[in-house]
Design a protein around this ligand. Structure first.
Ligand SMILES: Cc1cc2nc3c(=O)[nH]c(=O)nc-3n(C[C@H](O)[C@H](O)[C@H](O)COP(=O)(O)O)c2cc1C
Length: 226
């Protein structure tokens, strides 16, 4: 009997509650779970905190057939916790030739509306895979991540229709041990909503949150202006 394939999901968002990174990537692991895959989830910011967690990371990396790296774009790059985690993997991954075949893919989302903002981060992940002997299984990039804001995709409804189509295609590819298709990549990159709508919604959210924190009248202050 074939053993179930194992997925290790590494979530790189620093949010304590559900992040867009987690929502997008657990959609993939849930669907692959329905196809008999086993998955384990670890959070980059927790791994950094202890040597035991780092040991557990390396043990889980060793067992995985597929690693999914899901994170938000921070300053056009990977968040610090993700970089640090990848450095730990690179420095501790066995280099023997008889290592089993393992793949790595990533799911990146950013705050700006354009998915291409994530291109550099995806290129970094691809280079990491290349240098650490993982087969590169592709990267899905989404713009306007705050449109999802950690909500379940079924709850987001119409706005997430292309995201769901993309993830469904990616699941089929990954289930067959193939890299994610260009169609999955293109669908993920489609705008969730028109730009003007995203900016109006985002602006309203900043104002609402400022009000909730009692600083609505301070939004335009410039304390460091000379
Ligand atoms: C410190 C920081 C830096 C960020 N840098 C960028 C950036 O360079 N480009 C961008 O489009 N979004 C940027 N964002 C926005 C996040 O990528 C965006 O809010 C994302 O949807 C968060 O995803 P998550 O819920 O998975 O954490 C930044 C957010 C933070 C907190």
């Amino acid at each position: 009997m074939n053993q179930a394939k194992r997925i290790l999901l590494l979530v790189g968002s620093a949010k304590l509650e559900r992040s867009t990174s987690e929502v997008l990537s657990t959609y993939i692991t849930d669907k692959l779970g329905e196809k008999g895959f086993e998955s384990e989830t670890m959070f980059a910011h927790k791994i950094l905190k202890s040597d035991t967690a780092k040991d557990e990371l390396m043990s889980s990396v060793g067992k995985a057939d597929l690693i999914i790296l899901a994170f938000p774009l921070f300053v056009d790059c990977l968040p610090y916790a993700v970089i640090s985690m990848l450095e730990h993997i690179a420095n501790n991954r066995p280099t023997s030739d008889d290592q089993k075949k393992q793949s790595l893919m990533c799911v990146v989302n950013c705050g700006f509306p354009e998915a291409h903002q994530n291109d550099t981060a995806i290129a970094i992940c691809r280079q990491f895979a290349h240098e650490t002997d993982f087969d590169w299984a592709g990267g899905l990039a989404m713009g306007a991540g705050e449109g999802i804001h950690g909500r379940e995709l079924s709850e987001v409804k119409g706005m997430a229709r292309n995201v769901i189509k993309s993830l469904d295609l990616a699941v089929e590819d990954l289930a067959q041990s193939k890299p994610v298709s260009q169609m999955a990549i293109d669908l993920m990159a489609k705008p969730l909503v028109p730009r003007w709508m995203y900016f109006i919604g985002g602006s309203a959210r900043w104002k609402r949150e400022a009000k909730e924190h009692g600083v609505r009248d301070k939004m335009w202050t410039r304390p460091y202006e000379k």
